[in-house]
Design a protein around this ligand. Structure first.
Ligand code: RIB
Length: 328
């Protein structure tokens, strides 16, 4: 494999001149540049990326930190980020934080050492100072945490009100909410939407809050418990995985969905179409969220102005069998 020395020798110039041509910095006269480029072509010389990264302190890579790629919400989000970054010639390094601050901090260190050009964060664990220290452009995605940085989220509060109201409209009056992790901002926004809608309907009862931690299994166990204690006739789950857990719990107790207990989830992942009955959900524009975040990051890396800093995308009610009752 040809080296930079071979190129310099063939072009009859110094290694420093070849390096100036490659990195487009410093003056090189036109004829010399042509000779160097010809030598590069003849020898099929490929510059060593590690060396280039160290020299330029940029790597054409970005970091993407998500809580857990095995949660079915995240693959589509990650795919969108990768698709858009690839268009601009960037590679994406994916990191799973497992919602742990320690892991996030470790990944941040690794990403810094790799001279990533920017980072997309889907997390609420990091403190503002930790992110400010990064010294590269950052975009916050899906989980709003630090207003100081550009962000792309969906309307969590409005979506939760929509879900709760939908259950009311089909006749539910004892509507339980399966909550996501209390430290995750979008989980709390969904909780607030549910609470405010229940209060305005005169139905608020704090006993109807179930902790599901955005986890299918935990939601199932907690729902089994709640259904034994309270006469619930509707469930709004803070994500689709927990809605599947709730469905399993309701069916395990021999109750019918939607006749005895109607269920609606949140996210709009494909899994909701594969259950029996199919699950209603509040659908987030997952792909669009990831794509917009990636575009904003590229603009920041390239030093271009942003037309908008914070994006809040609308969500949509998808009505399926799990809430298809006569409206009252
Ligand atoms: O399902 C996982 C949840 O975490 C989603 O609702 C998404 O918004 C994310 O933050």
């Amino acid at each position: 494999m040809a080296t930079i020395r071979d190129v310099a020798k063939l072009a009859g110039v110094s290694v420093a001149t070849v390096s100036r041509v490659l990195n487009q910095n410093g003056y090189v006269n036109e004829d010399t540049e042509k000779r160097v480029r010809k030598a590069i072509e003849q020898l099929n010389y490929k510059p060593n990326e590690v060396a280039r990264t160290l020299f330029k302190k940029t790597s054409k890579t970005i970091g993407l930190i998500v809580p857990d790629i095995s949660n079915p919400f995240f693959p589509e989000l990650v795919r969108a980020v990768e698709d858009v970054m690839n268009i601009y010639d960037y590679t994406v390094i994916l990191c799973n934080s497992d919602e742990k601050n320690e892991k996030e901090k470790q990944y941040i260190e690794v990403l810094k050492q790799k001279y990533v050009d920017g980072i997309i964060l889907t997390t609420t664990e990091l403190a503002m100072e930790e992110v400010l220290e990064l010294d590269v452009p950052v975009v916050i995605l899906d989980r709003p945490s630090m207003p100081a940085f550009p962000s792309v989220v969906a309307d969590n509060y409005g979506g939760a009100r929509l879900a709760t109201r939908h259950l009311y409209d089909i006749g539910c009056r004892k509507i339980a909410h399966i909550q996501g992790p209390p430290h995750v901002v979008n989980a709390m926004q969904r909780f607030s939407g549910y609470r405010d809608e229940m209060q305005s309907l005169g139905l608020w009862d704090e006993n109807l809050i179930i902790q599901g931690n955005y986890q299918l299994k935990q939601a199932k166990e907690a729902t089994l418990q709640a259904l034994k204690e309270y006469q619930v006739d509707g469930i709004f789950a803070g994500n689709d995985a927990m809605a599947v857990g709730a469905l399993k719990a309701v069916q395990q107790l021999g109750l019918r969905v939607p006749e005895d207990v109607a269920i609606i989830g949140y996210d709009g992942i494909p899994l909701t179409e594969m259950t029996t009955p199919e699950l209603s959900t509040i659908s987030q524009p997952i792909y669009e969220m990831g794509a917009i975040a990636a575009r904003i990051l590229v603009k920041q890396i390239e030093g271009k102005p942003l037309e908008q800093i914070h994006y809040m995308l609308p969500v949509e009610l998808i009505e399926r069998q799990s809430t298809r009752r006569e409206k009252r």
